[in-house]
Design a protein around this ligand. Structure first.
Ligand code: ADP
Length: 475
């Protein structure tokens, strides 16, 4: 690794690196070593005011550009970001702890794929529709405030900034406090690509100050948020005071339904890998595995073996499959959930609090809990760590009922030897996405939640249209 992260002292506002109004900073920690690796400024309401003003000024000219011109800007940004792919992967491995192979493929690779899709969407502006004597056109909504979390810190930013810019909107971004460095890498690329001043602005800082100021700002037309359901609810309330649009990507407690006739080995192994991706810090993670009772014991054996085979450690070491959790607080939360699960009657079949883990670093062993009551805390609440719960069922109907017994509805899986049977179960699941027999994640397909998992859709054409409004012109 020939790249060392550096502290930052400025925000990116109006096309330039500018000093913050205040002087306070926050530390960025490496969760694998517990060392502070850099500091970044913590912004104030005044910094947000400046950034929103810059975005408002830029909106007119940016939204008036021909789609091909906007696409040209975004293509240059894609090139500037592609040059930084290794820097992105290393930065996320350092500030979040994602093992390098996964960081390269997902933390760096996925946002580049999504940004490429944004370039193409910008080129193919939606055609006007004619309805009787009406012409129906799409127009960008205006200034977008983007507030993002730390678990996929560049992907979640590009899903908003990339598609909002493609739609002709301008943006003020506040990335998560724990992972701001990769956002700075994006803005280095934005600066190098020479995007028009003010179209994309960066202010780092605390959620309760900078995030609040963005969500409450009268100059912000739409707030696009990814994070916890509790913060999403606060943001929706702030935006509703001025009838601003919100897009919310929130928590999940997704079910992986393994029917009696499934390829069990594959279904369980893929399910375990899904639940433990990014140390379980994935909103779409299949954290509830539902298995037909006739295959239940066999599934437990496969799951326990798969969980026990994970190598935890330094994200830069060969063979590391799982890094630490993002912070000491996150580790504490996850450990408490494991204790609660056991206290509520679950049976530990892998990992747990006494399993050996690397030290230092905020590691939790991949943990599998069996015989979990579908109404218990660990089956209902999002844990955001490597904890998989396994629940038996007796029929397809009961599987659907347990899968839907959640306040969330973000993702899910279904496995069956009979594709039609799996599809029928998938259609009955109250959730924004379902992968049938291991169907792969599609970065062009709409992404978002039912119920308390969110409002609106991101990615692809559906995500692009979220940043637009519809005008009807009568002739
Ligand atoms: P997580 O637990 O995944 O960090 P949060 O919902 O707390 O989820 O954080 C997601 C993003 O929301 C972060 O950028 C955070 O700073 C921001 N945030 C947290 N609290 C608020 C708030 N009260 N208003 C606006 N943004 C907030």
């Amino acid at each position: 690794m020939d790249f060392v992260p550096r502290s930052r002292t400025t925000f990116y506002i109006g096309g330039a690196w500018v000093a913050p109004v205040g002087t306070s900073t926050s530390a960025v920690e490496n969760p694998s070593t517990e060392d502070v690796i850099a500091t970044v400024p913590t912004g104030s309401v005044e910094d947000v005011d400046r950034a929103v003003a810059a975005a408002r000024t830029a909106f007119g000219p940016w939204s008036a550009l021909a789609p091909a011109e906007r696409a040209g800007h975004l293509r240059r940004l894609h090139e500037a970001l592609t040059k930084r792919a290794e820097e992105i992967a290393v930065t996320v491995a350092l500030e979040l702890g994602t093992p390098m192979p996964i960081s390269t493929r997902i933390q760096a690779g996925l946002p580049l794929t999504v940004l490429d899709s944004a370039v193409k969407l910008a080129e193919h502006w939606p055609a006007a529709e004619t309805l009787g004597n009406s012409i129906v056109v799409r127009e960008p909504i205006g200034v977008v405030g983007a507030i993002t979390p730390w678990n996929y810190p560049l992907h979640q930013v590009i899903a908003k900034v990339g598609l909002a810019l493609a739609a002709g909107c301008t943006v003020v971004l506040k990335p998560a406090e724990m992972t701001p460095l990769v956002a700075y890498v994006l803005f280095d690329a934005i600066d190098e690509a020479g995007l028009p001043p003010g179209v994309a602005n960066l202010v780092t800082g605390r959620g309760s100050v900078v995030g609040w100021a963005i969500a409450a700002h009268p100059g912000v037309d739409m707030v696009s948020f990814t994070g916890s359901t509790s913060t999403g609810s606060l943001i929706a309330k702030l935006a509703s005071d001025r009838i601003a649009r919100v897009s919310l990507e929130l928590g999940g407690k997704s079910a992986n339904v393994i029917l009696e006739d499934a390829d069990l080995e594959k279904a369980v192994k893929v399910g375990v890998a899904n639940a433990f991706l990014n140390a379980g810090q994935t909103c779409t993670a299949w954290t509830r595995m539902l298995v037909h009772r006739n295959r239940y014991d066999e599934a437990l054996t496969i799951a326990a073996k798969a969980a026990g085979g994970y190598k935890l450690g330094d994200p830069f070491a060969d063979g590391t499959r799982m890094g630490p959790l993002a912070s000491a607080t996150q580790r504490e939360t996850v450990r408490n959930y494991i204790s609660t699960g056991l206290a509520e009657g679950a049976r530990l079949i892998a990992g747990g609090l006494d399993a050996p883990v690397p030290d230092p670093g905020y590691f939790v062993a991949p943990t599998v809990l069996a015989d979990v009551d579908p109404n218990s805390t660990v089956a209902q609440e999002e844990i955001f760590g490597p904890v998989l719960v396994i629940i038996p069922f007796d029929s397809d109907d009961e599987a659907v009922e347990i899968a839907n017994n959640s306040r969330y509805g973000l993702a899910g899986g279904v496995w069956s030897g009979d594709q039609e049977r799996a599809l029928a179960v998938a259609r009955r699941m109250r959730t924004g996405a379902v992968d049938v027999n291991g169907g792969a994640f599609n970065p062009l397909a709409p992404f978002g939640g039912y119920k308390q998992s969110g409002v609106g859709r991101e990615l692809g054409e559906h995500g692009f249209l979220e940043f637009m409004q519809v005008k009807t012109i009568q002739t």
